[in-house]
Design a protein around this ligand. Structure first.
Ligand code: MN
Ligand code: MN
Length: 174
C-alpha cells in the first residue's frame, strides 16, 4: 500500500494513531504517516467525529491526565465521497465498516495498571465509516463489551477480570 493507493478513492488517509498525539520528536511524528498507520476513513467521519474525539482526548492530557488509547476497525464496506465501497486500490485495501477507539483516563502518576479502579474513566466509541456523520463523537459512545463482541478481541485483558467486567460494561457519559 502506498500513498497513491488512496488517490481518487473517496476516502481520507485516516490515522490510527493521530499525528497530533506524537509530537515529541520528528521521528515519532513521521512514523504516524507510514501507510501501516492508515485506514480508508470517510471524510466526515475523519474530519468531524474522529478529529473531535482526538482533540478531546488531547485536552484531557493537557489537563493533567495520562490517556491509554486502543484503536481499530472491523467489518467491510464504508460510504465515502464516491459512495459505498468495500475496497480501494483495485481491491488491495479493505474499507472498514466501523472504526472504534477505547481510552482509559488516569490522573498523571506512576504504576498505572495498579491505579485502575472501578471508578476509572473509560471512553469507548464505535463509529460507522460513512460520510453522513456531522455530530459529536459523544453520540457514538458505547461499552467496551460491545466492541469486544463486535471484534472478537478481549480488550484491557491485563486488568483483573472483576475490574474488566465493571469497566467494560459502562458507557461514558461525562
Ligand atoms: Mn468484556
Ligand atoms: Mn476485556
Amino acid at each position: 500500500v502506498t500513498d497513491a493507493s488512496y488517490n481518487s478513492a473517496g476516502f481520507d488517509r485516516g490515522h490510527h494513531c493521530p499525528s497530533g498525539d506524537r509530537t515529541n520528536t520528528i521521528a515519532a511524528n513521521s512514523s504516524t504517516f507510514l501507510m501501516t498507520n492508515m485506514i480508508p476513513q470517510a471524510q466526515y467521519n475523519n474530519q468531524i467525529v474522529w478529529a473531535g474525539m482526538e482533540g478531546s482526548l488531547r485536552r484531557l492530557v493537557t489537563l493533567g491526565n495520562e490517556v491509554y488509547i486502543i484503536m481499530g476497525s472491523y467489518g467491510i464496506g464504508g460510504t465515502g465521497n464516491g459512495g459505498f465501497k468495500t475496497t480501494i486500490d483495485a481491491g488491495r485495501v479493505t474499507v472498514p465498516a466501523n472504526i472504534w477507539k477505547v481510552a482509559i483516563v488516569l490522573p498523571n502518576g506512576n504504576g498505572d495498571s495498579a491505579r485502575v479502579s472501578t471508578s476509572t474513566r473509560v471512553i469507548a466509541v464505535d463509529v460507522p465509516n460513512n460520510n453522513s456523520l456531522f455530530s459529536s463523537w459523544k453520540n457514538y459512545r458505547t461499552s467496551v463489551d460491545a466492541i469486544e463482541a463486535a471484534t472478537g478481541y478481549d480488550l484491557i485483558s491485563r486488568l483483573p477480570a472483576i475490574l474488566q467486567a465493571t469497566l467494560e460494561a459502562r458507557v461514558d457519559n461525562l
